[in-house]
Design a protein around this ligand. Structure first.
Ligand code: GUN
Ligand code: ZN
Length: 428
């Protein structure tokens, strides 16, 4: 296929703006991205790239902003249908809404129906990669992986492992969880753009023996991701203390079972002791920040600055359906609001970095996606920075790209997503 030159505004992040400052980000008003064979082949000014690639097809996005597709570092596709369920905190919310819904995934037809809906919602919101929790049923993983594969998407997913403190029909065993996960790894991990994430749900729903098995499985398949939840709510932390009385703290439960290190992604990580912060940094264990979930379920305020100061790999996540939105724009807005409540105004560049490079690096996919850089797969989102009347009137007063972008971060939704490309192919 002929290479395509996409023209529009572009932002490049050669470094982490939390560390290197906002000045490290490159904005090009009349920029261009050359896509060849599904990959980014050149990035620069429209003038230079038109000269260098005179035979490329031109796709002119005008004033729209071309970005890497958003990367959702933590979501539960199986909770798509129960998003926005009222009135509960974590443990009650799991028992009242989540577990009954997840039981429905014993039916592969239902799993496929929700997988399609989930991926369509992701694409409508510019999310081109996610790390998804499935249910205990292996067929729930098959459904999501197959649908992602059909769309050519980069996707991580894993069957949750739960052998206690869940309804009987949502429990596996140490052996079955190991065997089912291993079979799913063999079936999906490394196929096309799919990766497996070993997924012990969280410490309270696994026996020490199951966590041991999860650690052994990860040791046997170290290129898999490993995802779980950490220190989301105080009641949960106290429960972990009761269930694992010998543990120094919550993170210690995962550490002692081989579930920390690069490629391990802890959802939430809000209420951490100093020792846990230090251990995350020392082991290279990462965090998925889920701000809409943290306000919706009433969990607390994540300390983004501390995570960045300690160089802990950190990305941004919807945590659908504890999270209250499929929109990564809304998720960035919530991250802004949570940080404001901690006394810090995150810059639009920092928010955007978290939703792209930050999440991609956290998931160990930074060499494939998350940046407008040569060699990366051309998963792209094109943002309309004046998608509604209220955004347009604020955008009209903007003095620079950041003022032009911030109204879309705070007020934007799927109407701001002008176009999405997966490996250079337009979606929808
Ligand atoms: N902790 C354990 N399971 C879950 C879940 O499904 N959602 C959230 N937000 N927290 C959890
Ligand atoms: Zn979660």
């Amino acid at each position: 296929m002929q290479p395509t030159l996409h023209l529009g505004q572009i932002l490049e992040f050669p470094a982490n703006p939390f560390h290197e400052g906002i000045e490290s980000v490159r904005h090009t008003r009349q920029g261009a991205v050359l896509v060849d064979q599904g990959r980014i082949a050149d990035v620069g000014t429209a003038e230079a790239l038109r000269m260098a690639h005179p035979t490329a097809a031109i796709e002119d996005h005008g004033d729209h902003l071309i970005l890497p597709g958003f990367v959702d570092a933590h979501a539960h596709y199986s909770q798509t249908a129960i998003i926005a369920s009222w009135g509960k905190r974590l443990i009650d919310w799991l028992n009242t809404y989540t577990f009954p819904e997840e039981a429905g995934f014993a039916d592969p037809v239902y799993a496929t129906q929700i997988a399609k809906r989930y991926l369509d919602l992701n694409l409508a919101n510019g999310i081109t990669t996610a790390s998804a929790y499935c249910t205990i049923h292996p067929a729930s993983v098959d459904a999501l992986m197959a649908e992602a594969q059909t769309r050519g998407m980069s996707m991580l997913a894993g069957k949750v492992m739960m052998d206690r403190n869940a309804p009987q029909d949502l429990r596996d065993t140490v052996q079955s969880s190991y065997d089912d996960s291993a079979a799913l790894i063999a079936r999906w991990h490394g196929k096309d753009r799919l990766r497996y994430a070993i997924t012990p749900r969280f410490a309270p729903t696994s026996t020490p023996e199951q966590l041991e098995a999860a650690g052994a499985l990860w040791a046997a398949h170290p290129s898999c991701a490993m995802q779980t939840h950490l220190s989301e709510q105080h009641e949960e932390i106290a429960w972990v203390g009761d269930l694992f009385p010998q543990a120094r703290d919550y993170l210690d439960v995962y550490e002692t079972h081989g579930l920390t290190g690069p490629g391990a992604v802890m959802g939430h990580a809000i209420h951490l002791f100093d020792r846990e912060w230090a251990a995350l940094a020392e082991t290279g264990t990462g965090i998925a920040h889920c701000p809409t979930s943290n306000t919706f379920i009433g969990s607390g305020l994540f300390d983004m600055d501390r995570a960045q100061r300690m160089r802990i790999p950190t990305g941004l996540a919807t945590d659908v359906g504890g999270g209250s939105s499929f929109s990564m724009l809304r998720t960035m807005a919530a991250a802004y609001e949570v940080a404001q409540l901690n006394g810090r105004a995150l810059h639009p560049a920092e928010l955007l970095w978290l939703a792209t490079c930050g999440s991609a690096d956290l998931l160990r996919l930074g060499d494939q996606i998350g940046r407008l850089a040569v060699g990366r797969v051309a998963d792209l989102v094109v943002l309309d920075l004046a998608s509604t009347p209220v955004i347009a009137q604020r955008h009209a007063r903007a003095g620079d790209i950041w003022e032009a972008l911030f109204p879309t971060i705070m007020l934007g939704d799927d109407r701001a997503i002008a176009q999405v490309f997966i490996a250079g192919q337009p979606m929808g």
